[in-house]
Ligand binder design. Structure first.
Ligand SMILES: [Zn+2]
Length: 437
């Protein structure tokens, strides 16, 4: 996840066109997968296993998936014929145990050039794009300031088209590799299945058919989802969530968001709009939230909640107009410098956050909670007291407290999660039809 992506990166040599970490080939996608009858078709399971491992021999696939060697030979031959898997020339990296037996078995890997996808993260400040190939390797990125907010669907589509052009011109590597799909995450209430946006701070229109508008403008399949779901997919495909079957991602940006992975899959709720942690109630008749209700978690933790009281703590008379972001930084600096009123504002936000997190623990029993988002630079949000309070609020079940990690990733990682969405949907489209398996 920490790999830096630089625009205009030169084309990597063929052998290095795989994800490497400490010199070893790593794959992408969830490492754990529910197989068996309820899983996807076997052909897809084989492909996803190889992609997740980065490389795998036929015997490793046989062992991992618990299917016969003959079946693996047949399925891998089919995937090689389809141009999705290839036998890898570099056998040095294969396990020494297998090479010690004599002629080394040939490892299989995903053909990176079988396609590329583009991931986009739209936000109120800046839009970000990343291009990734089918093996999960990045091939360029782009960012551009977002336009006036909120805007109409046509204006937003134009902004997206400009960003896509910019990312494509920054992309390294052979331009003949087709761009097959786009994944896009944005804040708000997004119906992933329909491709519509019920509400977003980026759009002036409610129930906007964003998927249809972008597909018409760009001529490619576009898959849209809530931005926090994209961040959760980034963790599931490329980050700390690859080895976890159940984990939650909680973000604090302009609002409070949550993504949830259950059984190695993103959970969206029956209508695709669940997990609005920011609008769960933590106080009856409490502070007014921007949603119009009272007592929402967001009304105590989000930027606007802190800013509501900042003016008093900072004695801001005579400061002139200050951007909200600068005001928050100033408030944080004051809290650190010993301003007790400023420190109280942050401490209260931290206590409410601990309440929200303990509710997440109580409801979902996750293996891991990842706290993410730009506000994670304010360490009061993950102070020891906050995490201790979270544990204290939850039932004492004699187990160690749930693990909490802080990932203050930038927008690039959210966009990378959008590539995972596109890869996931495209894999289902290419391999998920049982009639073809
Ligand atoms: Zn609310």
């Amino acid at each position: 996840m920490n790999d830096a992506t630089t625009p205009n990166r030169p084309s990597p040599p063929r052998a290095a066109s795989r994800q490497l970490r400490n010199g070893s080939i790593v794959g992408c996608g969830p490492r754990l997968r529910n197989g068996g009858d309820s899983g996807p078709p076997l052909r897809q399971q084989v492909f996803e296993h190889v992609r997740a491992e980065g490389q795998a021999t036929r015997s490793q696939i046989t062992r991992s998936l618990g299917i016969s060697g003959g079946m693996v030979t047949q399925l891998t031959a089919d995937l090689i014929r389809s141009g999705l898997l290839e036998e890898m020339a570099d056998t040095d990296r294969q396990t020494s145990r297998e090479t010690a037996r004599g002629r080394p078995p040939t490892a299989l890997g995903v053909v990176p050039e079988s396609g590329r996808v583009l991931g986009l993260k739209l936000s109120e400040d800046v839009h970000t794009a990343v291009i990734t190939d089918f093996a999960g390797v990045e091939h360029g990125s782009a960012t551009r300031p977002s336009g006036r907010r909120p805007s109409g669907l046509d204006a937003l589509s134009e902004e997206v088209a400009a960003l896509v052009d910019q990312a494509l011109s920054n992309a390294a590597g052979p331009s003949t590799v087709p761009l097959v799909a786009i994944g896009l995450g944005l804040p708000g209430l997004v119906k992933h299945e329909e491709g519509t946006v019920a509400w977003s701070p980026l759009l002036s229109q409610r129930n906007a058919p964003l998927k249809a508008a972008l597909e018409a403008r760009l001529g490619l399949p576009v898959h849209v989802d809530n931005d926090v779901n994209m961040l959760s997919l980034a963790e599931l495909w490329f980050g700390a969530g690859r080895w976890k079957s159940d984990f939650a991602v909680v973000t604090i940006e302009q609002g409070v968001g949550m993504g949830l992975v259950l059984g190695n899959q993103l959970y969206r709720g029956a209508r695709g709009m669940g997990l609005e942690l920011g609008h769960t109630k933590v106080q009856m008749d409490g502070a007014l939230c921007r949603c119009g209700r009272r007592g929402c978690l967001e009304a105590y933790v989000a930027d606007y909640a802190l800013l509501r009281e900042a003016a008093t703590a900072l004695d801001s008379d005579g400061l002139g107009p200050v951007a909200p972001e600068d005001m928050l930084d100033r408030l944080f600096g004051q809290a650190k410098a010993g301003n007790r009123a400023a420190a109280t504002i942050f401490r209260r936000a931290g206590r409410y956050l601990s309440l929200g997190l303990s509710n997440v623990v109580q409801l979902f029993d996750p293996e891991l909670i990842i706290l993410s988002g730009a506000r994670m630079r304010y360490d009061y949000l993950y102070a020891e007291e906050v995490l201790a309070e979270m544990t204290a609020q939850a039932l004492d079940d004699q187990r160690p407290p749930v693990r909490v990690e802080i990932h203050a990733w930038g927008d690039l990682v959210w966009a990378r999660g959008a590539t995972a969405l596109a890869l996931s949907v495209e894999t289902d489209r290419l391999l998920g039809d049982p009639a073809l398996a």
